[in-house]
Design a protein around this ligand. Structure first.
Ligand code: NCD
Length: 343
């Protein structure tokens, strides 16, 4: 895959070599993300960070990643604050914004919208999530996290078993993740979801066609025993016909410390793309797991910075320039070092 000047719309664009390239560049971004050094390699470059759907970590981490490389960020975070509400087409918005920026990150509630926008854009566009369809940067950071968590146990991704729990129908993060996992060898997947929220058929078929073993469960306790990683997801209530429809599925699967201790090997890694729904009726990932060293959710979010910096560096072709523009950090900084997976 040639990253330079490319749009990043779908994980279908990646082969294993391309994913490994992102991870290798992400590793090199660590001193900058940890504020041990700063770089101004993207000085003068402008990112338009266009989020037409709610977002905290994807929006802020893409923006901060660009800032950490020395670039400037312009942001729209609500559809109501943009001209899309005045009837402007994605085509026109793309033509206009690409005149103002060097690169665009976009999140939008409709499947396929970011691809349509990218076609009209004169600068590279990165998909920050298009409806229930895809979320490629999330899948890359999830896979990067899985690799580092497994490496700490002297394991690789090939041959590992992952349980995916929750709303697998509407969760774009799991859709992109499953497609990326197809690049690895003999991954076993335990799909744990109510039948109405099972993973789209074409994704399951692809996993099977690529030689992976897929088992479906409706009993979470059975599905999470004997796995290396549990990846929990939130009920994507914004994709349901009504909030009441979504409410029927909240709280069906709750992972807490007691259930973990009863069913899982003690080094089973726990992941979630976040946000976790901590409201009483949901709590798919209980706060009582916060002290569990295998809870990798905040290592995931920290890794998101590295992966997003890597995507910018690759697409804007500055990977080999980053260190040439490095400077020491001049302000007081502490507690920057992220926590590491248990060995
Ligand atoms: C995910 C998303 O937006 O798809 N969040 C994120 O970007 N980390 C998952 C979710 O919202 O449940």
């Amino acid at each position: 895959m040639d990253f330079v000047g490319s749009h990043i719309i779908s994980v279908d664009q990646f082969d294993r070599e391309a994913a490994d390239r992102v991870f290798a560049v992400a590793d090199r971004m660590r001193p900058y993300a940890n504020r041990q050094r700063i770089t101004r390699v993207l000085q003068g470059a402008i990112l338009s960070n266009m989020f037409f759907e709610p977002s905290t970590r994807t929006r802020v981490s893409f923006g901060s990643a660009f800032n950490l490389l020395g670039g400037e960020v312009r942001e729209t975070s609500e559809v109501k604050a943009s001209s899309l509400t005045k009837g402007e087409s994605l085509y026109d918005t793309a033509r206009v914004l690409s005149g103002y920026s060097d690169i665009i990150v976009m999140r939008h509630p409709e499947s396929g919208s970011v691809a349509e926008f990218a076609e009209a854009s004169r600068v590279p566009v990165i998909n920050g999530g298009d409806g229930p369809n895809e979320h490629p940067s999330q899948a890359l950071l999830d896979l990067y996290t899985m690799r580092t968590e497994m490496a700490a146990q002297a394991r690789t991704l090939d041959g590992m078993t992952i349980a995916l729990v929750g709303d697998l129908r509407y969760g774009r993060a799991v859709h992109s993740l499953c497609k990326l996992l197809c690049l690895y060898d003999q991954v076993k997947l335990h799909l744990i979801a109510p039948p109405e929220l099972s993973i789209p058929e074409e994704i399951e078929k692809k996993l099977v066609a690529d030689g992976h073993q897929v088992e479906t469960f409706i009993d979470m306790a059975k599905g999470i025993s004997d796995v290396d990683i549990i990846y929990v997801t939130r009920t994507q209530e914004e994709r349901f016909p009504s909030p009441e429809d979504a409410d029927r599925y909240k709280g069906l699967f709750r992972l807490n410390q007691t259930i973990y201790t009863q069913n899982c090997a003690p080094n089973t890694v726990i992941m979630h793309p976040l946000p976790r729904d901590s409201r009483e009726q949901a709590q798919e990932l209980d706060d009582d797991l916060n002290q569990n060293p295998n809870l990798a959710i905040f290592r995931q979010t920290d890794n998101g910075m590295l992966v997003r910096m890597a995507l910018f560096a690759l697409v804007l072709d500055v990977v080999d320039e980053v260190d040439n523009h490095a400077q020491p950090v001049t302000w007081f900084t502490s507690k920057r070092l992220p926590d590491s997976p248990p060995q």
